[in-house]
Design a protein around this ligand. Structure first.
Ligand code: AMP
Length: 198
C-alpha cells in the first residue's frame, strides 16, 4: 500500500498516519519529522532547514526530494509507505512520480483531509497545550503567528497538489473536521474499497 495524506498543517495527517502504520505495518514517511530530526542532530541539512522551518516556510524541493528518495529505498518501505507532508509542491509531486516510475511502483491512493481553515488555529493552540501537559516539547512552528505562515504556504504552494492527484483519479476527499475516530473510519473504508477493487 502506497499512500499520500495531504491537507493543511493541523488537519490530522500525523495522527491518522500513526493509525495506518499499525494497521498496515508500513512506515510513516513524514518529511517534517525527518527534518526536525536533522535539525536536532545539527546535520548539514538540518542547519540549512532550521531557519526556514522556524519561519513556517517551505524547505527547498531539492532537499526534501533527496530525503524521500533515500528513505523510500530503505528496506522497511519496500512493501509500502504512508507519505505525510510530502509532496508539498508540484515539483515534489513530479519528482515522486519519477521515483515511482523508476522503481516500477504505483501509488494506491491519495487522501485529502479537508478542513475548515478558520478552525485550525484553535486546533493548533490545543495541540501545543496537549503537548505541554504531556511533558512533550512544543513545536516552535506551532506558535499561532508562525502557524498562520505555514497555512499561507499551504494555500500558496501545496493546495495545487490536490487537483494534480484529482486528475490521476487517485484522490479521495475525507472530512477532516470529524472526530479522530470518525476520520480513521472514513479512511479505513476508502482503503478497504481499494482492496476490494484489486
Ligand atoms: P510538518 O511537520 O509536515 O508540518 O512540517 C514542518 C515543516 O517542515 C514545514 O513547515 C516545512 O518548513 C518543512 N517541511 C516538511 N515537509 C516539507 C516538504 N515536503 N517540502 C518543504 N518543506 C517541508
Amino acid at each position: 500500500m502506497r499512500l499520500i495524506l495531504v491537507g493543511p498543517p493541523g488537519a490530522g495527517k500525523g495522527t491518522q498516519a500513526a493509525h495506518l502504520v499499525e494497521k498496515y505495518s508500513i512506515p510513516q514517511l513524514s518529511t517534517g519529522d525527518m527534518l526536525r530530526a536533522a535539525v536536532a542532530a545539527e546535520t548539514p541539512i538540518g542547519l540549512q532547514a532550521k531557519a526556514v522551518m522556524d519561519a513556517g516556510g517551505l524547505v527547498s524541493d531539492e532537499i526534501v526530494v533527496g530525503i524521500i528518495r533515500d528513505r523510500i529505498a530503505e528496506d522497511d518501505a519496500r512493501n509500502g509507505f504512508i507519505l505525510d507532508g510530502f509532496p508539498r509542491t508540484i515539483a515534489q509531486a513530479e519528482a515522486l512520480d519519477g521515483m515511482l516510475d523508476q522503481g516500477n511502483l504505483k501509488l494506491d491512493a491519495v487522501i485529502e483531509l479537508r478542513v475548515d481553515q478558520t478552525k485550525l488555529v484553535d486546533r493548533i493552540i490545543k495541540r501545543a497545550e496537549d503537548a505541554k501537559a504531556a511533558g512533550q516539547p512544543v513545536r516552535k512552528d506551532d506558535d499561532p503567528e508562525v502557524f498562520k505562515d505555514r497555512l499561507e504556504a499551504y494555500n500558496r504552494d501545496t493546495a495545487v497538489v490536490v487537483p494534480y492527484y484529482e486528475k490521476t483519479g487517485l484522490l479521495t476527499v475525507v472530512d477532516g473536521m470529524q472526530s479522530i475516530e470518525e476520520v480513521t473510519a472514513a479512511i479505513d473504508s476508502v482503503l478497504q474499497g481499494l482492496d476490494e477493487k484489486v
